[in-house]
Design a protein around this ligand. Sequence first.
Ligand code: B12
Ligand code: SF4
Length: 440
Amino acid sequence: MRILLIQAYLGRREPPVAPLGLASMAAQISQHQVKIFDPNISTSPLKETTRLIQDFAPQIIGVSLRNIDTTKFSDQFYYFEHFQEFMKLIGKENSNAVITVGGCGFSLFPRQIMKRTPEIDCGFYLEAEISFADFVNRVGDRRNIPGLFFREGDGIAFTCPPDKVEINELPPPAWDLVDLKPYHPFTHKASIGVETKRGCAQKCAYCTYPKLSGSIPRMKSPAKVVDEMETLANKGVDRIFFCDAVFNFPLEHAESICREILRRELKIKWSAYHQDKFLTREYVALARESGCVEFYFSPDSASSEGLKELCKSSTVVSLYRSLNIIAEDGKAKASYNFFAAIPGLGWKNFLSAVKFIIKAKSSLGERLLRYKFSYIRLEPATLITDEVLGSGGADFLLPESSTGLKKLFYRKSASFLLDILFSIHFHLSKWIGKKNVISL
Ligand code: B12
Ligand code: SF4
């Protein structure tokens, strides 16, 4: 069977992300004729999509809808509008193929997206290596594929949530189907990813990750992880990003990966999301030696009230302790993200973060690569959305047009004055440039 897997066109030029999800699915259907295409690296994305569909004449098209919007207040952009236009093009260009969609963006709003995008025949909920392969091998049999949304009469039917994929049993992503060269110049922007596990055991109030990839971490063996890194290094990739929710938990797993990289003397740089609570001196030294060039932290708050409100498992003590570890290492580099507004909290929470940033700047100097304040983007099925909107706000969270995006950011702290200051700061930063100012 001819299967064309496409990343959704984002609608504008931005640092690209290599299609890890599609490459992972493609590895599972290697007995078929599969092509992977990313219009976001093409100079004429729409024309090339049309040409490819006409030339290849796929029987199944699978579109990966990764992002709905930027989730960034300072750069609001609604990819979903462009996805809808892109789907019209795909539907028009090919009336014969079965058109399927999956991806994180789809899985956050599956029913709404099926309703609003008539070109989609079938939608895949959550991880889909197994369910998509099943589907490809028995296209007519929609009722028996777990995780499948499909059209039935005038309505939309759903089979059942899919089983969790045994990620250690998956073949490596089919990177041989992707020309990675266009992503090489953007590796410092995390353009090429490797998974070491799926799932996050924490339950932070605003976060979608446990819903998207489960709340029990499922690990890939260190040997398999480093095999993937080696494949990428052999393709000329100088730096990768570990796509895990939290790389350094379980700590022993992260440490084993670092040791395996060192044992093979693999020279490839990497960065990853880290949790301050699980950081140790030994780990930081090992990670850095094995190639870690940036430890990303998202403590989100540096006050005990803020950490509690966000259901973070970190404490103020663990946060400062981790900063000391990074500082004492002497070479490790880090970045920190905080939220400007947390329900019920005001100046004390904000000033705690400012105090932390000042301390980080004074102890890390140039090794503090980035710090930023952002607003929470309310996402479906998160505690904070339930608290702010009550349940059932999913339609509101996927607005009709980009003008509805602004309302999705949680911007109300307990202090009116602080909210005004943030608002002024946001408008000013447009004029004075975003670098080295508090970036919202
Ligand atoms: C790692 C990551 C990043 C890394 C990517 C590194 C890399 N090179 O891959 C970086 C930091 C670069 C990044 C950037 C962004 N990200 Co990001 N990212 C993630 C994260 C944590 C993991 C994604 C991942 O790679 N998973 C592993 C792969 C294997 O899984 P997958 O892609 O989901 O694919 C599986 C399924 O979805 C499904 N599937 C996927 N496609 C298809 C297609 C078909 C046809 C089928 C059947 C199935 C299917 O099957 C796949 C295999 O199981 C997710 C959250 C999460 N926990 O999932 C957020 C997430 C996807 N990111 C998000 C966002 C917003 C962004 C940015 C827009 C942020 C920004 N403003 O810059 C950018 C967009 C960049 C771009 N050009 O696309 C949001 C999207 C939600 C939303 N509201 O839009 C998410 C969900 C996080 C969140 N806030 O909830 N991201
Ligand atoms: S914010 Fe990080 S630690 Fe918290 S639930 Fe999300 S991925 Fe897990």
